[in-house]
Design a protein around this ligand. Sequence first.
Ligand SMILES: Cc1cc2nc3c(=O)[nH]c(=O)nc-3n(C[C@H](O)[C@H](O)[C@H](O)COP(=O)(O)OP(=O)(O)OC[C@H]3O[C@@H](n4cnc5c(N)ncnc54)[C@H](O)[C@@H]3O)c2cc1C
Length: 357
Amino acid sequence: MDINNQKDFLIVGFGVAGLSISKHLLDHNYSFHVIADMQPKASVVSGGLLNPVSLKRLKTAWNADLFHSFAIEFYKQFGSLLNKDYIRSIPIYRLFSSIEEQNQWFSQPDANAVSSYLSNQISRLTNVYNPYQSSSVLDSFLIKLGLLIQDFSAFLQSHHSLTTSIFDYSRIQFSNDLIIYEGTAYKHLIFAEGYQMLNNPFFNYLPVYGNKGDYLIVRISDISEHRIYKSSKFLIPLGNQLFKFGATYQRQFSDFDISSEATRSLQSELDSLLKVDYDIVSQVSGVRPTSKDRFPVAGCHPTFKNLYILNAMGSRGIMSSPWLAKNLVESIVGVQEILKAVNVNRFTKKHFKQSNL
Ligand SMILES: Cc1cc2nc3c(=O)[nH]c(=O)nc-3n(C[C@H](O)[C@H](O)[C@H](O)COP(=O)(O)OP(=O)(O)OC[C@H]3O[C@@H](n4cnc5c(N)ncnc54)[C@H](O)[C@@H]3O)c2cc1C
């Protein structure tokens, strides 16, 4: 066997999960290489929201107190590494759908964790329908994730730490506790493949499903670009009078193309939100990887002890990935235990069969 080189980690995939792992490894001086097809997937299509509140249930998102502030610092750090800002503080205005919802917002006891994220100001916004007025989430951010993925992958490529290609599972060799791939030996291999994990012969036993989402990209000239509007869907400013509106949730789908059904439903919802004209510019679609119990999946393969996974980030990958990537790497090098709720071993007994390999 011809081995030219040895590194600590090999990472497959460079959405927000692979990016978060790479940043942690870079900061802690591990040697690593990334293999990624760089196809636009969930992370690039995503709305880019870093939002600690579940507006549907008016509760803090799962583990927001742990993940949110960590994620803010994480995205800010790229400013000094890549000389560009990728994070923007921006309020999310919830347009109340009823007087009951408005009352619920303003009657949250201080002791409730969510109240620290909710403004106590009520506002009537112009050029949108908001008969019950609105109020905003404090401490919400927009991440330019597509741009960050593009710039950080170029940075890693220039340091010979990222190759753009499709990882070929049949070319992995296992030798003396090392993984050999294309002439390099690695101590650990982490798969961060998003929904495409279903093609991975080592981890496709996991109950991970896709939830497809579409956004309309629209041009609106008479609406503020300094806030995100949340009615039934999010209206997110992209700059130059462009906005993303969505996203839809579709559990059953047969292709990755943009959906004409989504076009119709989004258009109808946008008509009920805006009092001003808009033009549809385009539409984008991606698949959220989601596990059966809706928690992310992280940790070690049941039998191959140097294969790992970070996946199933659902609809909050931007907030959870930075902390979970750190947690996974620290568990691999023995610094801390993997967070119990996300440990991949919760599915081993019921779903893993040795004979599947
Ligand atoms: C419409 C939509 C809106 C969303 N909005 C938000 C939001 O506002 N806020 C939020 O927090 N989350 C949002 N999400 C969820 C978030 O985007 C996901 O949780 C997150 O992006 C998943 O990241 P990932 O890195 O696991 O997967 P991905 O982003 O899919 O990245 C995986 C990458 O690995 C590559 N890959 C896979 N297999 C291989 C292989 N064999 N070889 C090489 N490369 C491979 C894939 O091509 C892909 O580029 C949204 C998702 C969707 C679909």
